[in-house]
Design a protein around this ligand. Structure first.
Ligand code: DC
Length: 676
């Protein structure tokens, strides 16, 4: 409902622990297709769950492959090179890693066995070129028609049974200087034709993104096809090649994504290492060589099959000069690590940064400068000298997931002599392209001082709308939520179940201290039992109000409430969040609404759940509860002295949320750039 316009990272002081990274998209889709083409069943571990892999899976299903989840694995039973479904329409979303290789594979299969396939995608996919691949497939003798713009999907692939491909024995020429995916697509498809004859691909132009072609070659080898290559110009699939399932295969985690966690370890793993599960030095991804660059800067990187373990080594880090042609994406992480180095780091041969999701040289320069660094950008290089004084900054992300991820590392600035400044990441959701849970995972490793973690308190009387507002504010800011009323209500449930009287303070306090309460996925569990519905019962609320008046019970719940103050921030709602539990919170809101409005809201809530209610008695009940909450001796309900009072009797939920968010933005304004 409320888009997150920004995410504020408090100053961070250390990192440590284990992360399991999502599988690489490129490897997932290649492995899925290979498993779908070969005979027998392949058990695939750690396939990435994303839009792009979902369309590949759906396409394979439509073509007759059997796909079954087995725990965290997928069992894919392939076609064995024989088409089972001769006519199909395949929708491939915006997945280039599905469109290109499926076009090649289906064109050659239809070309020899007969078939008629349409391949389409979202409008953006129909603007992504495929002409170079289609030209190469035409040389083989495939029949491919453009259904829209020439050179772009959608495509129709057709063929007659018994046609012999290739039509000609000359090498198939393909351009390598636009996208390496065309070569990859051919390499994945041609083994289907190589039973009796060798097939050669000749690359025109300087091949770009070689590491991705290396991934293709490594995976072909795992599926039984050894490609011979001469430099990066000629690739030959030997006669007699055929796909053979490896039986079982692991999808590696994305090595570029690992770079952020390697860097976090190099900068901040002071007490315990950062362990990265899912990718190791046996990786087939070129970007794994980022680990060597991090070592050169001082990181202590240990590794084995499928894992990396990083500690802080030399520190401050050492400034380096490095040709980054082999690790273009991960090199952005080095530019941010440079903030923690002594001296000037110079990264060269990064011209490709200019034509990625955004002009990354310009973007990195602008954003590093905002933090206080001195930056010199050239046509194909960048030089970064750490800030003398760190500045709080709002980092623009240019719809580029990698900028959002690498700038999270700037939050470790207290480790570089800064007094501790927060870092604002604008439009943080752009990380979803490869790693929707990036920030969650990052915060799972990072540690901040409790005082540095922001808290917004929202107090007010019963039915003033606190819960709804707090949860919307937390969602908008990406913060955690504490519904402290639920703790008192849970204590009431525990008391009812254990038949403890409302005046037995001692036993009630013990029940409160021992609450086994868990909040997961919108459900609240007490001692393993789902009590989400019961928590809202009127009888439970009434008893909660009584137990909440007992000082020992309030004391017993204090530590539990404080423990909710975790990265990146907390929105806490209740009665005494601003006055007692988080008195130093930078924003305290006190919500008010007239008794009539509150009674009406509660009435509607109950009726909508099919619970009979009477508005007059609800109103009387609310007022009685107000009196009890306000007149008790401990933590009586009252606004904190510095609270912002919001009367929402006449305000919609949206307007109230906007009011709170705008108060928050005023208090946390960052120089440089307003949130977009
Ligand atoms: O907000 P609620 O209706 O879920 O709260 C249940 C009871 O707990 C309510 O009577 C007041 C009490 N409470 C409290 O005393 N202090 C809090 N921080 C939250 C709730």
């Amino acid at each position: 409902m409320y888009a997150i316009p920004f995410l504020d990272l408090p100053p961070l002081r250390s990192a440590g622990g284990t992360v399991r990274l999502p599988g690489s998209k490129s490897i997932s889709n290649r492995v899925l297709l290979l498993a779908g083409l070969c005979a027998g069943t392949t058990l695939i571990h750690d396939v990435l769950e994303s839009d792009d892999t979902a369309v590949m899976l759906e396409a394979l299903r439509r073509l007759g492959c059997t796909i079954e989840p087995r725990g965290t694995r997928l069992a894919v039973t392939g076609l064995g090179g024989r088409l089972q479904v001769r006519v199909a329409e395949l929708f491939l979303g915006n997945a280039g890693t599905a469109m290109r290789p499926l076009t090649a594979a289906l064109a050659v299969l239809a070309g020899t066995q007969g078939g008629d396939y349409t391949l389409s995608g979202v409008p953006r996919m129909h603007e992504r070129p495929i002409g170079d691949l289609v030209d190469a497939l035409h040389q083989l003798g495939c029949t491919i028609d453009y259904l829209g713009q020439p050179g772009y999907p959608p495509l129709r692939l057709r063929g007659e049974t018994g046609t012999r491909l290739p039509a000609d024995v000359a090498p198939i020429r393909v351009r390598g200087d636009v996208s390496s995916q065309f070569l990859t697509a051919l390499l994945l498809a041609l083994p289907l034709l190589a039973a009796e004859q060798a097939l050669t691909i000749a690359v025109d132009g300087e091949l770009i993104s070689k590491p991705y072609v290396e991934i293709t070659l490594a995976l072909l080898a795992r599926f039984g096809v050894q490609v011979e290559r001469r430099g990066w110009e000629r690739f030959t699939i030997p006669a007699g090649s055929a796909y053979r399932s490896p039986g079982e295969i692991h999808v590696e985690a994305d090595a570029s994504t690992a770079s952020y966690f390697i860097a976090a370890g190099a900068i901040a793993a002071v007490d315990r290492p950062v362990r990265i599960a899912g990718v190791g030095t046996d990786s087939i991804q070129g970007d794994i060589r980022f680990a060597d660059a991090a070592r050169a800067m001082g990181a202590d990187v240990a590794s084995g099959p499928g894992f990396l373990e990083v500690r802080r080594g030399r520190y401050p880090l050492t400034a380096i000069e490095l040709d980054c042609n082999h690790i273009p994406d991960a090199a952005m992480t080095l530019a941010v690590m440079a903030l923690y180095a002594r001296g000037t780091t110079r990264l060269t041969n990064i011209a490709s940064w200019r034509v990625k999701e955004t002009d990354r040289i310009a973007a990195m320069s602008a954003e590093l400068t905002k933090l206080g660094a001195s930056v010199r950008a050239g046509d194909d290089c960048i030089e970064v000298t750490p800030p003398e004084t760190w500045q709080p900054a709002a980092i623009r992300t240019y719809d580029d997931h990698r900028i959002a991820m690498c700038f999270s590392l700037a939050a470790f600035n207290p480790l570089a002599g800064s007094a501790g400044v927060p870092v604002r990441i604008l439009d943080p959701r752009c990380v979803a392209k490869t790693f929707p849970d990036y920030f969650e995972t990052f915060f799972g490793l990072a540690a901040a001082r409790a005082d540095d973690i922001p808290v917004i308190t929202i107090d007010g009387p019963t039915a003033s709308g606190k819960g709804t507002i707090a949860s919307a504010v937390a969602q908008a800011l990406g913060y955690r939520l504490l519904d402290s009323g639920a703790l008192y209500r849970a204590t009431a449930i525990a008391a009812l179940d254990a038949e403890v009287g409302a005046d037995d303070e001692d036993r009630l306090a013990r029940l409160a201290a021992g609450l086994d309460l868990r909040f997961d996925d919108g459900a609240t569990k007490l001692a393993g039992v789902d009590v989400t519905e019961r928590l809202r019962e009127e009888a439970v609320g009434a008893l909660a109000s009584k137990v909440a008046a007992l000082p020992e019970v309030r004391d017993a719940l204090r530590d539990l409430q404080l423990s909710f103050r975790r990265l990146p921030g907390l929105v806490a709602d209740g009665r005494d969040m601003g006055t007692v539990i988080f008195p130093g919170a930078p924003l305290k809101v006190f919500l008010r609404a007239s008794a009539a409005t509150r009674a009406e809201r509660r009435y509607k809530q109950l009726i909508s759940k099919g619970i009979p209610a009477n508005i007059d008695s609800l109103r009387a009940d609310l007022l009685a509860r107000d009196v009890r909450d306000a007149s008790r001796s401990v933590a009586p309900l009252k606004p904190a002295e510095d609270a912002v009072i919001v009367d929402n009797s006449e305000l919609s939920v949206e307007a109230t949320v906007e009011r709170v968010l705008s108060c928050w933005q005023q208090r946390t304004s960052f120089p440089g750039s307003a949130p977009t």
